[in-house]
Design a protein around this ligand. Structure first.
Ligand SMILES: Nc1ncnc2c1ncn2[C@@H]1O[C@H](COP(=O)(O)OP(=O)(O)OP(=O)(O)O)[C@@H](O)[C@H]1O
Ligand SMILES: [Mg+2]
Length: 259
């Protein structure tokens, strides 16, 4: 579904992503791991249109999407979760979800004046969808709560919910599990698996928690120092010599720095 072909993203002399080639298979939940600073987020940002790559190409279903802007990718069904923006923190959970769908006729002033009925019908449809998403994610008890008042984990569920308001094909999740308690992490994991199985979403997720990765992801790709080190099942990657070296090497450097 996604093919990354020899992509580089350099920041001045720093090769954050250096000649990365990989594929994300349709229907998979692909894991992306690697030590801090490996280039995982930069790779995501390059795929999802936040950065244009220094060189190389990205394909979605064989279409070259290199350099397309995030909203153009959004319209093609390629989404990455983002933190709930400041201005949205004052809106309720339902309202946050209703903000997502693109091309609502209510946004158009002429429509707002002259086609009220159509706008009302459309809004009703979007409201229904928001309710379905809220049910799907078990967020009913906080549906009318201001998003800014949600817990960190509930905000992550809401972020995931925003990807469900449109027909996403492939969703990029950057550390959705970070700082989330065990039981909520399980819920987020279940929601991701359900979306994958029932709605056929393809996922690529960056995560540091190897248990979570092991439960969720096949295959797992490991990056270090801007390059792909290994790919395989979670167990294969976890036991890969170079992967162990990459994680330990950094630990040793840290120890040296502390000595
Ligand atoms: N906008 C930027 N400008 C300059 N350097 C950057 C920028 N973004 C990232 N980097 C550098 O690129 C390298 C890779 O960073 P990146 O955020 O992609 O790592 P990561 O694998 O996501 O790490 P972590 O697991 O800590 O989130 C780092 O050395 C970082 O300092
Ligand atoms: Mg990162």
């Amino acid at each position: 579904m996604i093919r990354v072909d020899d992509v580089c993203k350099h920041f001045g002399g720093l090769k954050a992503v250096d000649h990365v080639s990989l594929e994300i298979a349709e229907g998979s939940i692909t894991g992306l791991i690697g030590p801090n600073g490996a280039g995982k987020t930069t790779l995501f940002n390059t795929i999802a249109g936040l950065y244009a790559p220094t060189s190389g190409h990205v394909y979605l279903d064989d279409e070259d999407i290199t350099g397309l802007r995030p909203h153009q990718l959004f319209n093609k069904g390629l989404l990455r979760t983002f933190q709930i923006a400041h201005e949205f923190s004052r809106l309720s959970v339902v309202e946050n979800l209703m903000m997502v769908p693109a091309g609502q006729s209510g946004e158009n002033l002429i429509n707002a004046w002259f086609r009220r009925q159509q706008v009302a019908r459309e809004e009703e449809k979007i409201h229904q969808r928001a309710q379905e998403v809220i049910d799907f994610l078990n967020l009913g008890h906080v549906a009318n709560e201001i998003a800014g008042n949600l817990s960190g984990g509930q905000k992550k569920l809401l972020e995931l919910g925003r990807t469900m308001m449109v027909d996403a094909k492939v969703v990029f999740l950057d550390e959705v599990g970070a700082g989330v308690n065990r039981s909520l992490l399980r819920e987020i994991g279940d929601a991701i698996i359900k979306l994958n199985q029932e709605k056929n979403y393809t996922f690529c997720m960056i995560e540091h928690d190897m248990d979570f990765i092991g439960r969720m992801c096949d295959p797992v790709i490991c990056m270090a120092e801007g390059a792909v080190l290994a790919e395989g099942t979670a167990d294969e990657v976890k036991n890969n010599e170079e992967v162990i070296e990459a994680y330990l090497g950094r630990g040793l450097k840290n120890k040296e720095a502390m000595a």
